[in-house]
Design a protein around this ligand. Sequence first.
Ligand code: ARG
Length: 419
Amino acid sequence: MPDALRKTASYEAEPGDVGRVLLLYSGGLDTSVMLKWIQERYEAEVVALTVNLGQPGEDYDVVKGKALQLGALDCHVVDAREEFAREYVAPAIKANAVYGLGYPLFTALGRPLIAKLAVQYARETGCDTVAHGCTGKGNDQVRIEATVTTLAPELKIIAPVRGWQMGRDEEVAYAREHGIPVKGGTEVAPYSIDDNLWGRSSEGRWIEDLDHAPEDDVFQLVTRPEEAPDEAEEIVLGFERGLPVALDGERLDLVELIERVAAIGARHGVGIVDHIEDRIVGLKVRDIYEVPAAAILLPAHAELEKLVGTIHQNQFKPGLDRQWGYLVYAGLWWEPLRSDLDAYMDAVNAQVTGEVALKLYKGSARVVRRSSPNAIYDPALATFAESGGLFSQQASPGFIELWSLQSRMAWRVRHEEEG
Ligand code: ARG
């Protein structure tokens, strides 16, 4: 059997299993070559599925036309932006979700939804197998295959890029031979891009040289801070129960709010992240992220959450936030611990209502004002002046004596012999 068709896991398809394939199709080189290759190698039918998660500048009529031209039985284009925002980005906001101190997880959040839709369309169109374009080195294969095998144990999976051992040049040659249109020139390999309404990543080329500072042409979404306007801009975000609902006083649904905040942030150079990342498959890699919406909405949310939470909640939640982000990064969206954690996130976020104003200026987004009816804050208590009543400064020494008791005793035990 040729290497490209050999299987390791029980859910991988043997050639004989494959009659009709649901292909997750982007219109790019890999999945276009795949569309032909599956028909050729497996003698199988292909149904294409393209999911719109708000990736800017995509022409879905062109993508669909290309799939049909390459022999797909059909190409379904699904606008899943609303579901993505409501069911995936919203819980991420409540969980202040960031992986490895800088990655707001836009790709990791999108994959389980894309794979869930693949399952749904595979079942509706009588497919026995799901195909995707992930390589064997990334996280996305984990997220997609974990989702498909969880939700649809009856479906098989193929990931041709993992096995076909074609490099970019061979793929371009295959495309030429099979009448697959190749976008742009073939001299330089393009960056490997993934994007949706929550952010954009670039990988490959000089990005793999850790000592190489970002070249200007990688930034296709966010204005470089040195070219951003000289005037700062202030925006006001309204939150209800942990979610942003208004921008500068105007109520917006979540998709539109994210898109508008992204546009404002991008104009001001906000949300560039140059990130070294520990992939789940063991590799350490570098990504360039452009995440203007997340770089504004996450800090705004965290600011409000901090204002309405007690010291104990504020100490405790970041550990759960980190665990939530790690599960999602690692492709375990359907793991019950994630929904257990969501229950806690929802409980805390029930109080997260109010407004946060941020000043955007040449790459920074700084909180400058915040207010909440649920703030655990009383200016009369916080002031340096004597407040009387609720807070007695005379009580403080007694508190300090007892608060420090064990620490003082331990210090003594450890330092006694020194005399
Ligand atoms: N490093 C990020 C992640 O693992 C982004 C991956 C982008 N995916 C892609 N196929 N280009 O989620």
